[in-house]
Ligand binder design. Structure first.
Ligand code: PLP
Length: 385
């Protein structure tokens, strides 16, 4: 795609296709070819493409008042922050709005400094974003190393290893940040009891417990944030991706004492909580609630994982709801993803051995059948080459 290369910087590499329209779980490329979208803009388009509720909310809002900055209040931001607080089940929750996952984690990092402590413990292979603060939390050397020195004071321990956490988290730790399920790392589910043990450790040491729910949030795993199954609450929740249903919107929600750490002047964003993006988010949440989509996500996730596990060539399947990692014994994941694309299905080759799927939460039984057919035949084609 020469035009891309000539106009855009090289940080993403060159995309192989150009998408121009979409409806529900289907997207169309510039040549008119259609694809079943089982990646949803990387776990973002929770209601699929061009959902009428989002289209209506955004259209009405942009035609009424598109932007106010953070010097003025707007009813959508207030309503959305109230809604997010009710989703946490905690009246103390207060939200800071921004525009992306990296910004939400930047905000969490700055909030943690307001405890008076500066040390943070994060996990190896975690992905928390690519701005300098968020990158300091990200635990992937390939993304970090070219940009060192990063923010000081961040230690990375193996994900799911409570012993390592116990050794590193002390009374000097400002924040512990983890993903409830690691998404970018290949859909890694933590061991049973991990999140609860982190809560106990943070209670003992006075460190803030932050859950990066950017990828697991907004119904992706069958509940609102992806940690609720644990029965505990963090002090900080970061959100983005599905929150705006395709519009750029992030949030850093703080609970309890953490909710009042920021004081006037501490942080800001011109676009954060913009009326249009928050209108989209309100439409997303209302639709997810009205149609009981979260219950269905949990049910179809279990069924889909069971079906995928039966496909020849698949070594194991993991995840929750509609955030699913599929592991192969051989390094064929990227080839399988390309073969799927050729045959009209978008999935993500996370690494040489893992494919991630994160379809819109509104996928139908027919979409699932179609996915299974194309996916199995792509694996077959790649393995028999
Ligand atoms: N945190 C998690 C868990 C993510 O999966 C991502 C993106 O993939 C981010 C943060 C960064 O989000 P953004 O790309 O919106 O900055």
């Amino acid at each position: 795609m020469k035009q891309w290369d000539n106009a855009l910087q090289a940080n993403y590499g060159t995309p192989s296709i150009q998408l121009v329209s979409g409806k529900g779980a289907v997207v169309i490329d510039e040549k008119g070819k259609s694809y079943l979208d089982f990646l949803a803009g990387i776990a973002t388009n929770v209601l699929g493409h061009a959902h009428p509720a989002v289209v209506k909310a955004v259209t009405q809002q942009i035609a009424t008042l598109g932007h106010v900055s953070n010097l003025y209040a707007h009813p959508n931001a207030i309503e959305l922050a109230k809604k997010l607080a009710s989703m946490t089940g905690d009246k103390s929750a207060r939200t800071f709005f921004c525009n992306s996952g990296a910004e939400a984690n930047e905000a969490a990092l700055k909030l943690s400094r307001k405890t008076g402590r500066t040390r943070v413990v994060a996990t190896k292979e975690a992905f928390h974003g690519r701005t300098m603060g968020a990158l300091s939390l990200t635990g992937q050397p390939s993304k970090r190393d070219p940009f060192k020195p990063l923010v000081k004071g961040v230690t990375h321990v193996p994900y799911g290893d409570m012993g390592a956490m116990l050794r590193k988290v002390t009374r000097k730790t400002a924040m512990v940040i983890v993903e409830p399920i690691m998404g970018e790392a290949g859909v890694i589910v933590p061991p049973h009891g991990y999140l609860q043990a982190l809560r106990e450790l943070c209670d003992e040491t006075g460190a803030l417990l932050a859950f990066d729910c950017v990828q697991t949030g907004m119904g992706r795993t069958g509940d609102w944030f992806g940690y609720e199954y644990s029965g505990i609450k963090p002090d900080v929740i970061t959100l983005a991706k599905g929150l705006g249903g395709g519009l750029p919107l992030g949030a850093m929600i703080a609970l309890g004492d953490a909710a009042t750490l920021f004081e006037p002047g501490d942080h800001g964003s011109t676009f954060g909580g913009n009326p249009v993006a928050t209108a989209a988010a309100l439409a997303v949440i209302e639709t997810l609630e009205k149609k009981s989509i979260l219950e269905r996500v949990s049910a179809i996730g279990v069924e889909l994982m069971a079906e995928i596990a039966l496909i020849d060539g698949v070594k194991s399947v993991r995840g929750a709801g509609l955030l699913i990692g599929i592991e192969f014994s051989d390094p064929i994941a990227k080839k399988v993803a390309m073969m799927c694309q050729k045959n009209g299905l978008l999935v993500n080759g996370n690494s040489e051995t893992v494919i991630r799927i994160a379809p819109p939460l509104i996928i139908s039984d027919k979409d699932i059948k179609e996915f299974l057919k194309i996916f199995a035949s792509a694996i077959d084609a790649v393995r028999s080459k």
